[in-house]
Design a protein around this ligand. Structure first.
Ligand SMILES: [Zn+2]
Length: 246
């Protein structure tokens, strides 16, 4: 391929723009906030799962508390009715004795039920504490996630702005280089880690960093200045400059 030296030199400028754009794209993909966010979002999901379990547990134990309270209340009501009958003093001595008997048994029953009620209430308190702690941890996490998202968005906006500036002269450079050379450059670039053209500097390829061997050097020296050269090693376009050492 043939291309005037000025077009070849503009290709180095185009490569510099594309290299910087690639670096910016890489920086966007590997922002430190992204890894940290993924980590925190994973933790948030775990806490959310735990919260669902703890809230269900709390609901269950609160139902147990209500049942225990109503059990105790039934016994108290029954005892109060018995006591009222006893106080009224109506009925036979046998009746009164039976009522007294029942009152004693109700008192034992009430004491047993109150013990159950106490135990269930303690469990309810522990479950409430668990839920509160999880909710506190979750809201702390939410705040940290929000702060990280804001930092991430700020970093992305900065990088986007920089990319916009860097890319501004690209269309003009593409025009200067010319379609044929840009097509070749893009093709090599796609298969060579983003670098399609490199400067031949001090008899070394700026792409693969290998020295040009003496035989090849002879060939490069005698090549017409508008010939598009390629590195023998990495096949990238080699652009001659005043620093090429030919
Ligand atoms: Zn090379």
């Amino acid at each position: 391929m043939r291309a005037e030296p000025t077009r070849q030199l503009r290709l180095l400028d185009l490569q510099a723009v594309d290299t910087r754009l690639d670096q910016i794209a890489h920086a966007k993909r590997t922002l430190p906030q992204l890894a940290e966010l993924a980590d925190l979002e994973g933790k948030a999901r775990l806490i959310d799962d735990q919260l669902v379990r703890s809230r269900t547990e709390l609901d269950d134990v609160q139902r147990e508390v209500a049942r225990a309270e109503s059990d105790v209340q039934l016994v108290r009501d029954r005892a109060a009715r018995d006591q009222a009958r006893l106080d009224a003093g109506t009925g036979t001595a046998k009746d009164l004795q039976a009522i007294q008997h029942e009152l004693a048994s109700l008192a034992r029953r009430q004491s047993d039920l109150e013990e159950v009620e106490l135990e269930v209430m303690e469990r309810a308190e522990a479950a409430e504490h668990d839920v509160r702690e999880l909710e506190r941890g979750r809201s702390e996490l939410t705040e940290r996630i929000r702060a990280l998202e804001a930092a991430r968005d700020e970093a992305l906006a900065r990088l986007d702005a920089e990319a916009g500036q860097v890319a501004a002269p690209r269309d003009r450079l593409v025009g200067d280089v010319g379609e044929d050379l840009v097509t070749l450059y893009e093709k090599i670039r796609a298969g060579s880690g983003g670098m399609g053209a490199a400067e031949l500097r001090q008899r070394r390829c700026g792409g693969c960093q290998l020295d040009i061997n003496p035989v090849e050097l002879q060939r490069l020296r005698s090549a017409p200045e508008d010939e598009v050269l390629r590195c023998e090693e990495c096949r990238r376009i080699l652009v001659r400059t005043a620093e090429s050492g030919l």
